[in-house]
Design a protein around this ligand. Structure first.
Ligand code: GLN
Length: 230
């Protein structure tokens, strides 16, 4: 009777710990939480949000400890090898956060600088890749437990920039004066719901519900509630 969603509720505006009861009493709020709730309703299940580290949230779905991971999860080949994904419901763009007075104004300026990312994310993977593959090398990258810790390290001068998804970047910059996002967009990605590999019954059920929620405009209206069009 329950649909367990594993997530890392430190990724605004996709998932955040709520001050009070949260969305529909889940204790959490955000785009993923509301979409997950709508899917659970369609399937006649009660949504339970399980908050943990990002990597643990992926692993929970892979091992079946949770039914699905929704955490602004980017679909990529590495993950497709170990889990199955629903159709995509949103896109993300990797961006670079710097201090307002930063000497970094383009992606090229990042060479020789220290980059903060969140552990286990695509931002970490791209940034730590070899220069031949468009990265800056492992030694240039520090992986923090979550995006906010990376942003705090930037404010403290421990790193020179933070590479992270656009939506949380906007939130962190709005909440922390003295920071800005570089104009250069890096990589565009698709977000989807991850489930254990081979669990086609669950994946079909999720995709069926998600299809309807996309078709009737529910998904877009949830996204529009949290992300104002520029
Ligand atoms: N979209 C990124 C990824 O999937 C970051 C997700 C997150 O930090 N919650 O790796």
């Amino acid at each position: 009777g329950k649909l367990h969603m594993s997530t890392n509720a430190a990724f605004p505006p996709y998932e955040m710990v709520a001050d009070g009861e949260g969305f529909e009493g889940t204790g959490y709020e955000g785009i993923d939480v509301e979409i997950a709730y709508a899917i659970a309703q369609k399937l006649g299940l009660e949504l339970v949000v399980d908050d943990m580290d990002f990597t643990a949230a992926l692993e929970a779905a892979q091992s079946g400890k949770s039914d699905m991971v929704m955490a602004g999860v980017t679909v990529n080949e590495d993950r497709l090898a170990v889990m199955d994904f629903s159709e995509s419901y949103a896109t993300g763009v990797q961006v670079v956060i710097v201090t307002e007075d930063s000497p970094i104004t383009t992606l090229d300026d990042i060479e020789g600088k220290l980059i903060g990312t969140q552990k286990g994310t695509t931002g970490f993977t791209y940034a730590s890749d070899t220069p031949e593959n468009g990265g800056y090398g492992e030694d240039a990258v520090i992986g923090f437990d979550n995006g906010l810790s990376a942003v705090q390290a930037l404010k403290n001068g421990q790193v020179d920039c933070v590479i992270i998804d656009n939506a949380p970047a906007q939130t962190f910059v709005a909440e922390n004066p003295g920071l800005k996002i570089l104009d250069t967009e890096w990589v565009t990605e698709d977000y989807a719901i991850g489930v254990a590999k081979g669990n086609t019954a669950l994946l079909d059920a999720i995709n069926g519900a998600l299809d309807e929620l996309i078709a009737d405009g529910t998904v877009q209206s949830i996204i529009d509630t949290y992300i104002t069009a520029e």
